[in-house]
Design a protein around this ligand. Structure first.
Ligand code: GLA
Length: 386
């Protein structure tokens, strides 16, 4: 499969920079099966890596040429040039910050990196809530780690990529996306405890059960370095403080009645989503292990309802995608990722795939929305050398 090879990338690299890449790496985007906005509340998440990846070609530049870092993309645009040390966001174009941010984050961790030529190529749609940015960061971080023999573990790379995202790109996100990209394994979801950062694979035998996960990209684009995401982080922090806990992870369902009495309504709704969502992740893992993927539909739907009514991060397009998919026979569906647009996922019998996709296309056309992108994803491997 094209995504899983160096095909095309090495040739494009050579054509651009005049020398072949020394190494190529790939890192996947993700969908989150369940567990939304729980990551920065030190809770649980259950994503899986998808078969859409960011690939990079990498060549370290000789020391005598200084520390020049050149970043290019197969999507076109200019080659971005900067020094590989002492980087600052203002020095590089926004799209190149996911690459430069990793160099910067590695430097914060004590690695003064050499200059390099990098060519980026990605099949993860941008702005679709599928972690196109984390995929780039993880491909670069794994590439530098393996090619330069830095000796960092994948768990350490997760934190380096998160640092790049938080403090260089400027999006105050948790560790969901980077963990999914670096730690996932084929045919499994990744059950991650965002407090202890312990994770384990959970069997997700979709094809063996005749099932499929469809991504419905509403093409309503979102960005987490703007206000909405940050406000949610603040609301959750306030809820935890007012309830006297370190993080909302520490609030059990049994405290919700008390929380409703003491918290402002808009804080309570956010707290309620996080507390119930954590429980839904645990229930989903349990059901997957006991009964298999066909059993988790109701939990996916309950998660969507909670994000729509309590957390307040859905939108009309996402709700229409979910409602239409279910009406057309999906076992379950929910928005996935940060919200305010992006994608929904639908879990369905593979034989219903075309019917569900047609129904969603028609419903969007009727509502006058943009034409959604609808495609199946399979739980694929995490970041890797090519
Ligand atoms: C974005 C962030 C993640 C996570 C999700 C919501 O994808 O990058 O850290 O908070 O939103 O679950």
């Amino acid at each position: 499969m094209k995504d899983h090879a160096r095909t095309g990338l090495a040739d494009a690299f050579t054509a651009l920079y005049g020398l072949a890449p020394e190494a190529c790496f790939a890192a996947p985007g993700r969908v989150n099966l369940i567990g939304e906005h729980t990551d920065y509340n030190e809770g649980y998440v259950l994503p899986f890596a998808i078969d859409r990846v960011a690939r990079i070609g990498l060549r370290i530049r000789p020391a005598e040429s200084g520390r020049l870092l050149r970043i290019a993309s197969t999507r076109g645009g200019q080659v971005v040039e900067a020094e590989s040390t002492g980087l600052a966001p203002a020095l590089v174009a926004p799209w190149a910050r996911y690459v430069a941010g990793v160099f910067w984050a590695m430097e914060q961790r004590g690695f003064a990196l050499p200059g390099a030529d990098i060519l980026l190529d990605s099949t993860v749609p941008v702005g679709a809530g599928l972690s196109s940015s984390a995929a780039i960061e993880c491909a670069v971080a794994l590439g530098l780690n393996e090619h330069l023999g830095l000796g960092l573990s994948r768990e350490e790379l997760v934190l380096i990529c998160q640092l790049a995202e938080n403090d260089f790109v400027g999006a105050p996100t948790g560790i969901l996306d980077q963990s999914a990209s670096l730690l996932s394994t084929s045919d499994h979801a990744l059950f991650l405890d965002c407090r202890t950062r312990e994770s384990r694979p959970v069997d997700l035998p979709l094809a063996a059960n005749g099932l499929q996960v469809l991504v419905i990209d509403t093409r309503v684009s979102h960005s987490h370095d703007s206000g909405g995401y940050k406000e949610l982080v603040l609301a959750c922090t306030r809820g935890a403080t007012e309830l006297g806990v370190t993080a909302l992870r520490d609030v059990g369902i049994d405290r919700l009645v008390e929380a409703q009495d003491t918290l402002a309504p808009e804080i309570y709704r956010r707290v309620k989503h996080i507390v119930t969502e954590n429980q839904r992740v645990l229930d989903t893992v349990e059901l997957l292990e006991r009964r298999g993927p066909a059993a988790i539909g109701d939990l996916l739907l309950a998660s969507h309802t909670s994000m729509r009514d309590d957390f307040g991060i859905s939108c009309a397009e996402l709700d229409l995608a979910v409602d239409t998919a279910v009406a057309a026979g999906a076992i379950g569906a929910r928005m996935t990722g940060g919200g305010f647009g992006g994608s929904a996922i639908a879990l369905l019998d593979a034989s219903r795939s075309a019917v569900v996709a047609d129904a969603v296309h028609s419903a969007f056309a009727e509502a006058g929305y943009l034409t959604p992108e609808i495609f199946a994803v399979v739980p694929g491997p995490g970041a890797r050398a090519l």
